[in-house]
Write a protein that binds this ligand. Structure first.
Ligand SMILES: *[C@@H]1O[C@H](CO)[C@@H](O)[C@H](O)[C@H]1NC(C)=O
Ligand SMILES: *[C@@H]1O[C@H](CO)[C@@H](O)[C@H](O)[C@H]1NC(C)=O
Ligand SMILES: *[C@@H]1O[C@H](CO)[C@@H](O)[C@H](O)[C@H]1NC(C)=O
Ligand SMILES: *[C@@H]1O[C@H](CO)[C@@H](O)[C@H](O)[C@H]1NC(C)=O
Ligand SMILES: *[C@@H]1O[C@H](CO)[C@@H](O)[C@H](O)[C@H]1NC(C)=O
Length: 366
């Protein structure tokens, strides 16, 4: 075999190992994790703000599986970000609002259940994405003061910024103002959401962040809370369409920012594909049920009554949340979160691109 042929084969093998050649520079230090967004990522932020039980999960049975007490996470156990922190050898990342004067260890979580990219989304009940950016600015200032600007800047620059946002911007009008899409096209509405996300990504970059991990929107029309909106309990096509429009616009803006902003790197996680696979073929992934939630009431346990603290006391709870894709009417079980997190961490280009998180964190043991 010629050296050239060998070289071609070797480089093909190497680039498939490293996922993508632009992601393969290995220089690993302690990489912090900064978390933003909505209930997919909220590890207890909303316990510290003035809001209602609709936006909280700090009561049982939330948290029953892993923590054995309710932490504020919308799941029976850990979230994707908890697994990502583990894979990156970091401790559990605490909510920023809980940190107060604690020592900075591994990062901060700004995510707030119910938050959207639009300020109007559940305004007054959540920490919206712009406010989360403001809190990052406050934290950066505090770190510079406490550890000196050189070290603080390195932590900020090397850190990974993991964001899940947008579902609430779309779910809110679908539930409470369905006429909205007669006065504004879905495309224009998505453009507004993406525009606001872009502003915040640029804001994080201004603070010094370079590495972004974006979770796309999942198959929104197939979450249990949406099913009663269709006559036969099928997925709500309109919600799935808007989620896909969003994801296309998001990937294109990420590719654009990479060319515009020096040093900008990103991972985009295809939550739509990975979620829909599990919803369509639950048994292939070890689940028994993907339409009905583990916790809640009514058909599909679509009503937000899990825990009995949201105005209705009665609710049903399954015995084995690990057999369910959804723990409550809109949120994955710990088991599903673990599968998603593994795919984000070391999945292939079909689900996370152009780099997986392992590469984004620049681990030695790729
Ligand atoms: C990795 O990046 C560092 C600085 O960012 C650079 O000095 C080094 O040459 C790069 N290594 C490789 C193998 O590209
Ligand atoms: C919290 O919000 C409620 C209702 O909006 C309001 O009545 C109450 O005064 C607020 N409490 C604080 C401490 O801001
Ligand atoms: C952000 O959203 C607001 C509506 O909340 C909209 O008026 C504004 O144009 C959006 N910004 C961008 C840059 O798209
Ligand atoms: C679920 O919520 C709907 C809409 O609020 C309500 O009409 C229905 O009675 C609820 N079902 C149960 C079983 O609580
Ligand atoms: C991916 O990462 C997870 C978590 O660290 C690990 O359990 C799994 O074996 C890895 N898979 C591959 C193919 O490397």
């Amino acid at each position: 075999m010629s050296t050239l042929a060998l070289h071609i084969i070797l480089s093909a093998v190497l680039s498939s190992l490293f996922v993508s050649t632009r992601c393969d520079n290995q220089s690993r230090e302690d990489v912090a994790l900064f978390i933003f967004g909505d209930s997919i990522n909220d590890a207890g932020t909303n316990n510290y703000i003035n809001t209602t039980a609709n936006f909280r999960a700090n009561f049982p049975p939330y948290g029953e599986t892993f923590f054995r007490y309710p932490t504020g996470r919308f799941s029976d156990g850990r979230l994707m970000v908890d697994f990502i922190a583990e894979y990156a050898n970091l401790p559990l990342i605490p909510p920023y609002l809980q940190m107060k004067n604690d020592e900075f260890k591994g990062g901060a979580n700004f995510a707030s259940a119910g938050a959207g990219a639009l300020v109007d989304t559940y305004e007054g009940f959540v920490v919206d994405l712009k406010m989360q950016l403001k809190q990052l600015e406050q934290l950066a200032k505090k770190l510079r003061k406490e550890m000196g600007s050189e070290k603080a800047e390195r932590i900020i620059k090397e850190g990974v910024y993991l964001i899940s946002i947008g579902s609430n911007d779309y779910a809110r009008p679908i539930f409470s103002n369905p006429a909205l899409f007669q006065s504004i096209s879905m495309e224009d509405y998505v453009g507004m959401v993406i525009g606001n996300i872009t502003t915040v990504l640029k804001g994080i970059y201004e603070v010094g962040g370079k590495k972004f991990a974006m979770i796309g929107i999942g198959q929104l029309g197939c979450v249990p809370s949406m099913r009663p909106l269709t006559r036969n309990g099928a997925c709500l096509g309109e919600a799935n369409r808007i989620a896909q429009l969003h994801n296309v616009a998001l990937t294109s803006i990420l590719a654009k920012l990479e060319t515009q902003l020096q040093g900008f790197e990103y991972s985009y996680f295809d939550f739509y594909i990975t979620g829909s696979e599990r919803i369509q073929y639950p048994s292939k992934y070890g689940f028994k049920e993907a339409e009905t939630a583990c916790c809640g009431s009514g058909p599909y346990r679509a009503n937000s009554t899990c825990g009995g603290q949201r105005g209705v006391k009665e609710y049903s709870l399954c015995r084995h949340p690990e057999k369910y894709v959804f723990f409550d009417n809109g949120h994955p079980s710990e088991k599903a979160n673990q599968q998603f997190a593994q795919l984000m961490w070391n999945g292939s280009l079909s689900v996370i691109r152009p780099c997986n998180l392992k590469a984004l964190f620049k681990h030695e043991d790729a």
